[in-house]
Design a protein around this ligand. Structure first.
Ligand SMILES: [Zn+2]
Length: 256
């Protein structure tokens, strides 16, 4: 019994410490302007803990995107924020308040949290080869936003995507055939290339298909998820497309 109580204390004490520490430092409720400054000017501010629900809810979608842009700059400079993983595990054991959901390919060169300098408890991440959104992924996105309160959905394709190249090459193998079928609409959207240039040897063409796949996925999210479409319409969330360069580590934001 004593052991159980001790464990309970271990669980709650870090949360209390976090709450008290913030109150002492700020002495007033956070507003979105302060959060934006916190995100862009001080990567160390919350290095050891995740955002509280109040802090996360105070963020605007634009604040979250600004934080991702700063995080990607830190990633490129190889200056990722040091984080106390143990404290984060303890602080998030009871609840989570991630600020965004990112849909990415499974590619090993695209470590999503690292790319944006985010830590345990900061993001929902959906990964599937070719970063498309089927019904199950849409359900995951609805959970991340409508149920769990995330402010942003990012659909991120990447340079040299093997899934996209395989779809262009009409690869057929086991369940991969069905999976690559989800990328066909992006290939159909990329018909403004002469037929003999629609090959995986043409980087410009492959990149165009990768970016059209992101656009198609965003369109599909808005069409097939009335819940997410309404949240985006109301300004509660932003849905953004991104392209990750495996050559440089940089994220290019699409349609900006
Ligand atoms: Zn890929």
């Amino acid at each position: 019994m004593r052991k159980l109580n001790y464990l309970s204390l271990l669980l709650f004490v870090p949360i209390l410490m976090v709450s008290c520490g913030e109150a002492e430092e700020k002495n007033e409720p956070l507003d979105s302007t302060e959060d934006a400054q916190m995100n862009t000017e001080s990567a160390q501010w919350d290095a050891d803990v995740t955002l509280t629900q109040e802090q996360r809810d105070a963020l605007t979608p634009a604040d979250v995107v600004a934080e991702f842009k700063g995080g990607n700059e830190r990633f490129i400079k190889d200056s990722l924020t040091p984080r106390n993983r143990e404290a984060r595990i303890e602080a998030t054991a009871g609840a989570q308040y991630p600020k965004a959901m990112i849909l990415s390919c499974i590619d090993s060169r695209v470590p999503v949290e690292e790319i944006f300098d985010q830590g345990l408890g900061d993001l929902f991440v959906g990964r599937i080869a070719g970063n498309f959104a089927d019904e199950e992924m849409l359900g995951s996105m609805e959970f991340a936003t409508k149920v769990a309160g995330s402010k942003v959905i990012v659909v991120m394709g990447h340079e040299s995507c093997g899934a996209i190249k395989s779809a262009i090459d009409n690869v057929e193998l086991g369940n991969i055939t069905t999976m690559l079928g989800h990328i066909d609409p992006a290939i159909e959207m990329t018909e403004n290339f002469p037929e003999d240039q629609r090959t995986i040897k043409n980087k410009e063409y492959v990149d165009a298909v990768i970016k059209n796949n992101v656009k198609h996925t965003i369109d599909k999210i808005k069409t097939d998820s009335p819940i997410i479409a309404e949240m985006a319409q109301n300004g509660e969330i932003n849905i953004l497309g991104a392209y990750y360069n495996v050559d440089t580590g940089s994220v290019e934001w699409l349609d900006e």
